[in-house]
Design a protein around this ligand. Structure first.
Ligand code: SF4
Ligand code: FES
Length: 240
């Protein structure tokens, strides 16, 4: 793989062509916040928290580092007043949208925002539209159970037609990746419910220990996809 040379906060760094600035800068020790990034899925550039300054051909501009590939000779700044001001504005707008979300309130307080007195009209959405749930369901699990619907302030991640999901396997991957805990999972010995997608599935019980360990429909999906023997999931991973 060809290499390129660039500077990050004044230090010369070598990186593989095609690598994104976020990872390269982090590897070089930069502290860059993110909300919509996860190494397991493709970059999406939704939250803009990862913005940094790039100087190229004598011009400096703000770019999202998660979607910006390294280039020969560019000069990158990861800390500046301009970056801080822009990130602070993003957090302020997120706070106005998701006024009660603890993760966003904590982030806002860290940026010195007066959390109790927003200068914008506040709403009580729970989702920051980072798209991680949609991407993990598409790219990692391969189920494609959810997507985005609506525009502007009405945009939401949802199963098709905003109906209870027919495809969700209740694996919980979306619950795990959501950075603001907007997808709740309720687990009982009999069933698992992913509340945001209105999906409840019965649980499979381990033949050996008798404990419920995975939704039956998830087992059906994995059995087909991984082509494992039919009885592979009769026993839970702990007893196997
Ligand atoms: S529900 Fe969570 S993971 Fe999905 S888009 Fe909203 S904030 Fe992101
Ligand atoms: S992490 Fe880059 S835009 Fe969200």
């Amino acid at each position: 793989m060809a290499k390129v040379q660039l500077t990050i906060d004044g230090r010369t760094v070598e990186a593989e062509e095609g690598a994104m600035l976020l990872q390269v800068a982090r590897d070089a020790g930069a502290d860059i916040p993110t909300l919509c990034h996860n190494d397991e899925v493709k970059p999406y550039g939704a939250c803009r928290m990862c913005m940094i300054e790039v100087e190229e051909h004598g011009r400096t501009r703000l770019v999202t580092s998660c979607t910006y590939p390294v280039k020969e000779g560019i000069s990158v700044t990861t800390r500046s007043d301009r970056i801080f001001r822009n990130r602070k504005m993003i957090v302020e707008l997120l706070l106005a949208r998701c006024y009660k979300v603890p993760e966003i309130r904590a982030m806002a307080a860290d940026y010195g925002i007066d959390v109790e007195n927003s200068r914008f009209q506040v709403r009580e959405d729970t989702c920051i539209l980072c798209g991680l749930c949609v991407r993990v369901c598409d790219e990692v699990v391969g189920v494609h159970a959810i997507g985005f619907a609506g525009r502007g302030p009405d945009r939401v991640p949802t199963p098709p037609f905003k109906e209870p999901s027919q495809f969700c396997i209740a694996c919980g991957a979306c619950v795990y990746v959501c950075p603001v805990d907007a997808i709740k999972m309720v687990q009982t010995p009999e069933s698992r419910t992913i509340k945001r997608w209105q999906r409840t599935l019965p649980m499979k019980v381990c033949k050996v220990c008798g404990e419920p360990f995975m939704p039956e429909y998830q087992i059906e999906y994995f059995t087909k996809r991984a082509k494992v023997p039919e009885d592979f999931f009769e026993v839970c991973p702990n007893c196997r």
